[in-house]
Design a protein around this ligand. Structure first.
Ligand SMILES: [Zn+2]
Length: 162
């Protein structure tokens, strides 16, 4: 069985059911789930799943295959906020791509960018925390160099003479 595609880009060049008698296999059909599945019994060839997509990376999988092949990447993610509030909160994710994430809130969901200047979504708490620590350390470094500058300025001003 071939490896499952992990993005829309990969799915588009993926071939299903390749064998000696059909060396090019069948192309990916975007209206179906991108998973390779075995149909029928012994000696049958892998084929593309016929379920409705909308889940997993780039939304190319059906819910069942998204959970089967990418169980770690769906469900609970973490949103880090930096700046006014510095928090990490769990969120429910239905779907994601390289740059977007679909967050479930109550009975609805919305697609949003995975990160901005003051927030970012991560599949694990540790990544969310590392990002937030990095942001605050960057801010602290700037503040420390500001202090050095102000001390120098203060000394200069104190040494002024008429
Ligand atoms: Zn499927």
């Amino acid at each position: 069985m071939s490896r499952q595609p992990t993005s829309l880009e990969q799915a588009k060049i993926h071939r299903y059911g390749k064998w000696a008698g059909c060396p090019n296999g069948n192309p990916y059909q975007e209206r179906y789930c991108a998973a390779h599945i075995m149909m029928g019994g012994r000696g049958s060839l892998p084929t593309q799943c016929r379920s409705k997509p909308g889940h997993g990376p780039d939304g190319i999988y059906c819910k069942t295959h998204a959970l089967e092949h990418f169980p770690e990447s769906l469900g609970t993610w973490y949103k880090s906020r930096f700046g006014y509030t510095n928090t990490i909160e769990p969120v429910q994710v239905a779907n994601f791509s390289g740059s977007t994430v679909t967050v479930i809130t109550g009975h609805t969901s919305h697609r949003t960018k995975r990160s901005g200047s003051d927030y970012s979504y991560f599949p694990t708490f540790d990544e969310a925390k590392d990002w937030l620590i990095g942001k605050i350390e960057g801010r602290l470094k700037r503040a420390e160099s500001d202090v050095v500058e102000y001390r120098k300025t203060l000394e200069n001003v104190k040494s002024l003479e008429p």
